[in-house]
Design a protein around this ligand. Structure first.
Ligand SMILES: NC(=O)c1ccc[n+]([C@@H]2O[C@H](COP(=O)([O-])OP(=O)(O)OC[C@H]3O[C@@H](n4cnc5c(N)ncnc54)[C@H](O)[C@@H]3O)[C@@H](O)[C@H]2O)c1
Length: 369
């Protein structure tokens, strides 16, 4: 029997799994933080035949009530104190979708309480938080999956595999951006934490962590250093007390002198060319437009472009389904603590470079990934 599955079955004596009428195993699940993302996760959890929502938790009563109503099929208990959730014996797995500065503390406590953990990105906002979570996940026999759900998209898996197989020769540089036409709503439901860099980590960590993770995936490595500049130019002190930048440009150095150039802003008008997000990967024989609806390779020779993969291959909720498959069948999760940590640290490296206005080396972070 697979080691992970055997471990799960053994440990289920301590934390008994819920049984449906057909006696199919259903993992007792708790959702901690049921705001925007947590609500989406909750709906997707309910679509999994091997999950039972036994608890929902939020400090905001209206969200807690809404979540309880969404999951009424499973009649979950409600909690405002997340630590109480971790004491519950019928909770085998927790989803954490609270503001980023709380992720590491909650995930570490959950792992120590013997729970499997799906933790939203970024897994920490400081190198120290990330380091402590790496240690806790590595010391635990529970499954830990970061919410880097792009890792579960077949279209990206296929396109990046073909890049690694040499469709554009050897990768040399990446040119990438994450632009938006506006900030998130200044009076919206996440405004109590999002604009405070100590709580969200700022745009580079809270949003671009997905894009930088893809760049690391393509490069097959993490950067060795970063330099760059950031500023608040469009939304100065808006909302009042704001400490996150609204734009920045970064240059990352990778092993073998490979380069990543990254741009972020929240004032890119919709009609202007190259809106939103792109990742252009340049190799010795051509380039790939990775985030196009059809990821496409353009040969330097002038030959016809080749479609590498299409988004039609992708399945909604695949990352969450993979989390349960890892718990119940011992399958290797598509993203683990190393991937989540490396992605977060790549953003933290860029933030340090922008805020300190100097070249920052990966080794300066002091974390062994
Ligand atoms: N993977 C993705 O693509 C994706 C997309 C959106 C958001 N996210 C991530 O999800 C997380 C949440 O983002 P959001 O947009 O849902 O924010 P949100 O503000 O809508 O939700 C956060 C929720 O956490 C609750 N909360 C705060 N402190 C708590 C505590 N101590 N105990 C219990 N609940 C607490 C809040 O009341 C709120 O309901 C962030 O880390 C964000 O980066 C990920």
């Amino acid at each position: 029997m697979d080691v992970k599955r055997r471990e799960f079955l053994l440990s289920s004596a301590l934390y008994p799994i819920a049984l449906s009428a057909q006696s199919a195993p259903r993992v007792g699940t708790a959702s901690i933080g049921v705001g925007n993302r947590g609500s989406y996760l909750l709906k997707t959890i309910l679509e999994q035949s091997n999950a039972k929502v036994v608890a929902v938790c939020d400090i905001k009563r209206d969200r807690l009530d809404r979540a309880a109503s969404t999951a009424s099929r499973d009649n979950p208990r409600t909690y405002v104190d997340w630590q109480k959730v971790l004491e519950q014996k019928d909770v085998q797995a927790v989803f954490i979708a609270t503001p980023p500065y709380l992720h590491s503390e909650m995930a570490i406590a959950a792992l120590k309480a013997g729970k499997h953990v799906y933790c939203e990105k970024p897994i920490g906002v400081t190198a120290d938080q990330v380091s402590q979570l790496i240690a806790a996940a590595k010391a635990s026999d529970r499954i830990f999956v970061p919410g880097q759900q792009l890792r579960s998209l077949k279209s990206l898996q296929t396109a990046i595999r073909k890049i690694h197989e040499g469709v554009i020769g050897d990768v040399m540089t990446i040119d990438a951006q994450r632009h938006a036409s506006a900030d998130i709503a200044h009076d919206g439901s996440s405004s109590d934490w999002y604009f405070d860099v100590s709580k969200s980590g700022g745009y580079l960590l809270e949003q671009s962590v997905h894009n930088l993770d893809l760049c690391n995936w393509v490069m097959g490595s993490h950067p060795t250093g970063a330099a760059g500049f950031g500023a608040t130019l469009r939304y100065k002190n808006d909302p009042p007390g704001r400490t996150i930048f609204d734009c920045g440009t970064l240059s990352y150095d990778y092993p073998k002198s490979l380069k990543l150039s990254f741009s972020q802003n929240v004032f890119h008008p919709r009609g202007l060319s190259n809106p939103g997000q792109y990742i252009h990967v340049f190799g010795t024989k051509g380039a790939v437009d990775l985030l196009a609806p059809e990821a496409t390779a353009y040969p330097l020779s002038g030959e016809q472009p080749t479609v590498l993969s299409t988004k039609a291959e992708d399945q909604q909720g695949a990352h969450i389904a993979a989390f349960y498959a890892s718990i119940l069948a011992g399958a290797q999760p598509p993203a683990d603590v190393t991937i989540g940590a490396t992605a977060a640290l790549t953003s933290i490296l860029g933030n340090d470079a922008m805020f300190q206005r100097r070249v920052v080396n990966w080794s300066d972070l002091g974390v062994d990934v």
